[in-house]
Write a protein that binds this ligand. Structure first.
Ligand SMILES: *Cc1c(COP(=O)(O)O)cnc(C)c1O
Length: 408
């Protein structure tokens, strides 16, 4: 039977302290022990089920972590204060001075900056490659390589990682495969396809209300225990802990993720098809023209669609800025970074979320000035949205010269 990540969340059952249908929130940073010996055992890591201090773990964070582990099909998970607070401890836990990382070159700007500018001071070197070419990935492996890092669907170019193929390479050379699944929750299940560690920024689709930052690491019990180790665990020692109140609110939002993803995907596919018909250079994994359309189909949990992210190229940064301002004035969405909100969000990645990437490298990877990244919202009438967007584009002459009427 196919893996059903949303059902795995829905099938969890836990009650609050007084029989509430939601688990009680543990509003405490520290916990009492009935005996001094149990406190000692907990420090030694030998007292299952006992709480020590909330930077280590707390009941509310464990509830959210277990729900996300069920969604990704991993043994367990550790939630964190942000997506970067999930990604950075994973990389620092796995790598020592002198180790190498192979990373996709099209990744979130913050992750790119961390690997390019921050980890070299610990003598950790990253080789950035075109992750869609498995032979190039394999050729970049050295005796010092510890891990392969990629995003299932990359930010902002929406390139696809062949997770099963990368997992085979990782296993052959005894490397860990770390996958950031922020752009494709529920649609793609990287751990089921062979990833060792799956990370998310919960800030985006999973929380879905743009009111908090958060992150998660989904992995084996052994790796999560390592991260939480009081003596040498990167999550414990770097301290990017999520607050219990936030964990409780994200857990409540997680329960509607499957419905939201279906609507995001449905709306994004509708717009992508229309934009492409209009002659706009449109990138969306659900379009047959996407170079990895078939790969996405082979990896996806079909009912959640191809996701809510799409890009169009309107030729220049000036045009992109004009269009985004006009769409915002007509209340078609917000000119804002981030993704996964109920409203459509749009930004020009070259000058915002990917500005950490030097201009020449942006060009090389195909990140052009006129690129607009859309996180498509939950609009009930997406055809009306499309008609209004099209009017904006006509007013700005963006469709001129490549209007579909010119082709018939
Ligand atoms: C936003 C984002 C991150 C970083 O997450 P924060 O919650 O902002 O720390 C990492 N990866 C991807 C793909 C993202 O979109």
């Amino acid at each position: 039977m196919a893996f059903k990540p949303a059902n795995n969340i829905q099938d969890l059952q836990y009650f609050g302290e007084f029989g509430g249908v939601n688990p009680s929130i543990s509003d405490s940073s520290t916990y009492t022990f009935l005996s001094a010996k149990t406190m000692f055992d907990t420090f030694e890591g030998n007292a299952d089920g006992c709480y020590l201090y909330s930077r280590h773990s707390s009941p509310s964070n464990l509830y959210l972590g277990e729900a996300l582990a069920a969604m990704e099909g991993t043994e367990t998970a550790n939630v964190s204060a942000s997506g970067m607070g999930a990604i950075t401890p994973v990389l620092l836990q796995l790598c020592n001075a002198g180790d190498h990382i192979i990373s996709s070159r099209t990744i979130y700007g913050g992750t790119y900056a961390f690997l390019k500018n921050f980890t070299p001071k610990f003598s950790i070197k990253t080789f950035f490659v075109d992750i869609t070419k498995l032979d190039i990935v394999e050729a970049a492996i050295t005796k010092n390589t510890k891990l392969i890092y990629c995003e299932s669907v990359s930010n902002p170019l929406l390139e696809l990682a062949d997770i099963a193929g990368l997992s085979e390479i990782a296993k052959k050379y005894n490397l860990k495969l770390v996958v950031d699944n922020t752009f494709s929750p529920l649609s793609i299940s990287p751990a089921i396809l062979g990833a060792d560690i799956v990370v998310h920024s919960l800030t985006k689709f999973i929380n879905g209300s743009s009111d908090t930052v958060g992150g998660v690491i989904c992995a084996s019990q052994e790796f999560i225990n390592d991260l939480r180790n009081v003596n040498n665990g990167a999550s414990m020692l770097l301290g990017s802990t999520m607050d219990s109140l936030r964990a409780a609110s994200i857990l409540k939002n997680l329960r509607t993720l499957h419905i939201r993803m279906q609507q995001h995907s449905k709306n994004a596919l509708f717009l992508a098809e229309k934009f492409e018909e209009d002659g706009l250079k449109t990138v969306y994994p659900g379009l047959k023209s996407h170079p990895s359309h078939n790969l996405f189909k082979s990896m996806m949990n079909e009912q959640y669609g191809f996701g809510g992210m799409l890009t169009i190229d309107v030729g220049s940064l000036d045009k992109a800025n004009e269009l985004m301002e006009m769409m915002q004035n007509k209340n078609l969405g917000y000119l804002a970074v981030s993704l996964g909100f109920y409203k459509t969000l749009f930004s020009a990645p070259g000058s915002s979320t990917s500005s950490e990437i030097p201009e020449d490298e942006q060009k090389e990877m195909g990140l052009s000035d006129g690129l607009i990244r859309f996180s498509i919202g939950l609009d009930a009438d997406i055809d009306r949205t499309y008609q209004m967007m099209r009017t904006c584009m006509e007013e700005l002459n963006i469709l001129k010269g490549n209007n579909k009427f010119q082709y018939v």
